[in-house]
Ligand binder design. Structure first.
Ligand code: UGA
Length: 437
């Protein structure tokens, strides 16, 4: 099929490359010329395992092209909207200006039977408003919604073999045609058994918001349990294992630690809360404010713990921060708990040095004062205490004997609960974590 993808950020770049990899002819559009140039040379402007490979092969096949010129979408009949919906500057609400701008820019280039498919995460009601916008401009193109559930670090797999596909359609005459276009574009995933949920526009929008709200709630639930565990001497990891065996609960997303971050979960729960308030339903999701508060409290807990474990005085304390990305296998530092911990320790007067296998560039853009080490060994040299805030495999595999030889004092705070306490203590470390004795 001939498709266009508008917006070449994380979602759009991956979607465009994956669709071309499936055999579709893809024109991908972004207003950022530097981003378009980099992608056209097969160089993603962010770290995502597997993306450079499918980008290069799709570019070489001629099926994938990048451009800043929106008029080039004219040859395609299916247009995916993949622009960002960041948090507004002055509130928790989603900023929809890019989504609206794309619709306006697309309108002059649309054929009467074209289908526009929203993939961006938007507040419920947005698709209906965009449909009205199309109609008001005299366009007879159809709008459908197909939310994206990809995880950074697993984006290619999640796009090519998703857990489920959700298609939302309006009531207009183009719905049948939109359905058939979406079934065609995803025919390989559907043929291999991916479940498809077909629904209305509002439900499709809400599925995405609700899924991220649920995931965030799960993480904050276990982090709240870790606060209780800490005071009562219980072990939150064993608690998570035990409740996780109940298939109704499940063990995934019950890892207590410094909490969730990234470009999605934090902003999505805030946008959900803001939208619910607009609808007069603020109390229905008021718990999400608490989910957010628990999550942000974890960062403060970790900062306080590092200072307390090192004797209570942050001034001049040499702290090795292990990790800056919001999670491993990513260079994304948006709303990263790791970066906030580094910043908080700096603000408290500590001498902070950080190391992350991928995120130094993005971290320096946000925190230019941060001192960085080139290797894991280097960040540990002379440290009074280390804090593990992103569970990269090389940190999890760190040998405490090696770490102990490099550091000035053998102290570690495991803010992701991923190290073996006994092994570290046996190596002479003062080891502490969140919610484990
Ligand atoms: C999340 C969702 O998982 C995707 O399904 C969704 O498509 C995406 O947001 C989005 O809206 O675009 P992502 O932000 O890539 O994906 O990251 P996750 O793997 O969900 O992790 C989010 C955060 O939760 C990370 O900071 C991670 O460290 C933290 N986390 C996760 C925990 O603290 N504990 C856990 O048990 C699991």
């Amino acid at each position: 099929m001939r498709i266009s993808v508008i917006g070449c950020g994380y979602l759009g770049a991956v979607h465009a490359a994956a669709m071309a990899d499936l055999g579709h002819e893809v024109i991908a559009v972004d207003v950022d010329a530097a981003k378009v140039d980099a992608l056209a040379q097969g160089k993603p402007p962010f770290f995502e395992p597997g993306l450079p490979e499918i980008l290069s092969s799709s570019l070489a096949s001629g099926r994938l092209r990048f451009t800043t010129d929106i008029s080039e979408v004219a040859g395609a009949s299916l247009h995916f909207i993949a622009v960002g919906t960041p948090q507004s500057e002055n509130s928790g609400a989603a900023d929809l200006r890019f989504v609206h701008a794309v619709i306006d820019a697309l309108i002059p280039h649309l054929g009467s039977a074209d289908v526009i498919v929203g993939k961006s995460t938007v507040p419920v009601g947005t698709a209906e408003a965009l449909s009205h916008r199309l109609l008001a401009a005299g366009s007879s193109a159809t709008l459908a919604w197909n939310p994206e559930f990809l995880r950074e670090g697993f984006a290619i797999k999640d796009t090519l073999s998703p857990d489920r596909l959700v298609f939302g359609f309006g009531e207009g005459p183009g719905a049948l045609q939109a359905r058939s276009a979406l079934r065609d574009v995803y025919s390989q995933a559907i043929a291999s058994g991916t479940p498809v949920v077909e629904t209305d526009l509002a439900t499709a929008e809400l599925v995405k918001t609700a899924a991220n709200a649920f995931l965030a709630t799960k993480i904050s639930f276990i982090n709240a349990m870790s606060e209780i565990a800490e005071v009562t001497g219980a072990n939150v990891t064993e608690l998570a294992d035990a409740i996780g065996y109940d298939a109704r609960i499940g063990r995934k997303f019950l890892n207590a630690g410094v909490g969730f971050g990234g470009g999605c979960l934090p902003k999505d729960i805030r946008a959900f809360s803001a939208r619910a308030q607009e609808l007069g339903l603020g109390s229905s999701v008021a718990f999400l404010d608490e989910v957010d508060a628990i999550n942000l409290r974890q960062r403060e807990r970790v900062i306080a713990r590092v200072i307390a474990d090192a004797g209570g005085d942050a001034a001049g304390l040499r702290v090795a921060v292990l990790g800056l990305a919001f999670k491993p296998h990513s260079d994304d530092v948006r709303d990263s708990p790791a970066l906030d911990v580094a910043q908080g320790l700096l603000a408290a007067g500590a001498d902070v040095v950080a190391y992350d296998p991928q995120a130094h560039g993005p971290a320096l853009l946000r925190l230019p004062k941060l001192n960085l080490a080139d290797t894991l060994e280097q960040v540990l040299v002379g440290a009074d205490i280390a804090v593990l805030v992103t569970e990269w495999p090389e940190f999890v595999a760190l040998d405490p004997r090696v770490a102990g030889d490099l550091m000035a004092h053998k102290r570690i705070v495991d803010a992701r609960n991923v190290l073996d306490a006994d092994t570290w203590r046996a190596a002479g470390f003062h080891y502490s974590s969140l919610g484990r004795p």
